[in-house]
Design a protein around this ligand. Structure first.
Ligand SMILES: NC(=O)C1=CN([C@@H]2O[C@H](COP(=O)(O)OP(=O)(O)OC[C@H]3O[C@@H](n4cnc5c(N)ncnc54)[C@H](OP(=O)(O)O)[C@@H]3O)[C@@H](O)[C@H]2O)[C@@H](O)CC1
Ligand SMILES: Nc1ncnc2c1ncn2[C@@H]1O[C@H](COP(=O)(O)OP(=O)(O)O)[C@@H](O)[C@H]1O
Ligand SMILES: [K+]
Length: 498
């Protein structure tokens, strides 16, 4: 069995390119479809051994072709099968027409399909080729299956889900499981597609790895292959300055907790030193709660310039609890040549004129990381946020290019993008990350990776991954303090793996 390049994601367009490239290299395309159909049949039997009947719903393209092959295979194995087709099967072309001949049994129109108790629906209506909203007739079938409560095995994608964006076009099946081929598509990982796929299986249908890699663009699942080569290794000859000095800016007296969460997370993620830069009026509040994290009074622009000139500082986090306004803008502009994570209030401070921020960080290697959630993303990039034709990865990438920054577009399906075109979709974040302060912890983790010398995109992606791992260790009902507290254990686990 060939090696499956596990973190590569191919968009439907890229998958079609892989298909063409394999045909050009002499691999018979019907062989791919046959293996796809066999894999569907095998998954159907292993997941639903007690099915009374497999109802195979076949569409007008190659997804339908996979369905016909699966129907033949299941029937040969003695299963009860009914096949329903969208459109006239005599109009099928190419491999799908061959698959229909291979089936050779009876086919009823899709509109006549009535789910029965004991049915398992094999959804082979549309996969990568979905190009528009599904019709009312198809939406009606989808809702009748849902009402009947029978399980659905989706071929490639639950029909109706756009493989590029994960968005349903009109209506979509909610599958019990989905079997896809060679690699997952972005739509399997992005919401709401992710929640419509059920369990996902990836079958190797024999496209060589070199073709998948050549056809693939730049989207992958976030994970160590993207950044493990950059992970800091603490050797016997290390000293704290070699591990980087992270500076985190605190807010005023009543809003100091967020920055402290970032600072502690930064220290536990391996920064050699972390200093909290605090306004004078918040010094006492901060001092009362810090031990390993150092404290420095920084109120004015002049004090900041002086500190930047005289201290060895490797990277900065600005935003958590900082307050929105001109002081944030002034500080950010003073930091324009340094690695910086800009989060929360730091982002919102530029909503009236984002170009000031983007222009400031234009020069040199990418060294700004922006970590917006949906609301903050819309403040900095209102036109991109409003464009319904773009997927979340498209939006993050457009924003990264405009801002000259690595973008961490947060959410349950966080996307990380680099101006150079690389995009990663994160999948290890558990839902209990949705707790106050968890974004502050993330900013500190990314800041620590910047301080340890990781480039912006790698630092951002590694930080998001570590955040998910730490949340896994902290468990449900964790607080942001617990999350920061687990960062060191999560780092130790990660570093031990490489
Ligand atoms: N390398 C691989 O991965 C392999 C992939 N394989 C399989 O091929 C699948 C991709 O096949 P595909 O390109 O033929 O597309 P598919 O999803 O069947 O749909 C296209 C058809 O649907 C139609 N149509 C579209 N939207 C519609 C709508 N809303 N309502 C109504 N009609 C609509 C569209 O019509 P048109 O837009 O042209 O008018 C066209 O007729 C892939 O998902 C996988 O299962 C394997 O067989 C082997 C190797
Ligand atoms: N349902 C979820 N599943 C996984 N991760 C989530 C979920 N909801 C939120 N997160 C993550 O939790 C963090 C929340 O950050 P943010 O919205 O800035 O919150 P806060 O301001 O309270 O810290 C982000 O990293 C986000 O990706
Ligand atoms: K399908």
């Amino acid at each position: 069995m060939a090696y499956l390049p596990s973190n590569i994601l191919l968009t439907p367009e890229e998958m079609a390119r892989a298909d063409r490239m394999s045909a050009e290299s002499g691999i018979p395309s019907f062989g791919l479809m046959r293996r796809a159909g066999y894999a569907v049949a095998a998954t159907a039997l292993s997941h639903f051994p007690a099915a009374v009947r497999f109802a195979v719903l076949c569409g007008p393209g190659n997804n339908g072709g996979d369905g016909y092959v699966a129907a033949r295979q299941l029937a040969d194995g003695g299963a009860e099968i009914s096949v329903h087709a969208l459109g006239d099967p005599d109009d099928l072309k190419g491999d799908a027409a061959l698959a229909f001949q291979l089936w050779g049994g009876s086919v009823a129109p899709l509109r006549e399909f009535q789910p029965q108790p004991g049915d398992v629906v094999i959804d082979a209506l549309f996969g990568a080729g979905l190009s528009r909203k599904v019709s009312d007739e198809i939406a009606g079938v989808i809702s009748s299956v849902e009402r009947a409560g029978v399980p659905v095995l989706a071929v490639d994608l639950p029909s109706g889900v756009d493989g590029r964006s994960g968005k349903p076009l009109g209506a979509a099946f909610k599958a019990h499981c989905t079997i896809t081929f060679m690699t997952r598509k972005p739509g399997h990982l992005l919401l709401p597609g992710k929640s419509l796929c059920g369990d996902i299986e990836v079958a190797d249908i024999g496209i060589p790895r070199r073709i998948i890699e050549a056809a693939g663009g730049s989207i992958s699942e976030n994970g160590p292959p993207i950044w493990s080569a950059h992970l800091p290794f603490v050797g016997a000859d290390s000293h704290k300055y070699r591990r980087g000095h992270l500076a985190v800016f605190s807010g005023e007296t009543s809003k100091t907790g967020a920055a402290r969460l970032s600072a502690i997370a930064g220290l536990k993620t391996g920064a050699g030193l972390v200093t909290l830069a605090s306004p004078e009026d918040a010094m006492a509040a901060n001092a009362a709660q810090l031990t390993a994290v150092m404290l420095k009074k920084v109120d004015t622009n002049a004090e900041l310039s002086d500190w930047l000139e005289n201290a060895k500082l490797s990277a900065f986090v600005l935003g958590p609890g900082f307050g929105v306004g001109s002081r944030a803008r002034d500080f950010v502009l003073a930091l324009k040549d340094s690695p910086l994570v800009l989060d929360a209030d730091g982002i919102t401070s530029f909503r009236d004129d984002p170009a000031i921020l983007f222009d400031a960080f234009e020069d040199g290697e990418t060294h700004l990381v922006l970590t917006p959630h949906d609301g903050e993303f819309g403040r900095l990039f209102p036109d991109i946020a409003a464009d319904e034709t773009l997927s979340k990865p498209d939006k993050a990438l457009k924003a990264a290019r405009r801002a000259h920054a690595a973008i961490v577009y947060k959410g349950a399906d966080t996307v990380i993008a680099s101006p150079d075109g690389r995009v990663a979709i994160n999948t290890n974040g558990p839902p209990w990350l949705a707790t106050a302060g968890s974004g502050d912890v993330l900013a500190g983790m990314i800041g620590a990776f910047l301080a340890q010398g990781l480039p912006a995109f790698e630092a951002a992606a590694a930080g998001v991954y570590l955040h998910g791992e730490a949340a896994g260790l902290a468990g449900p009902y964790m607080t942001a303090e617990d999350l920061a507290g687990q960062a060191g254990h999560a780092m130790a686990d990660l570093v031990a793996r490489f």
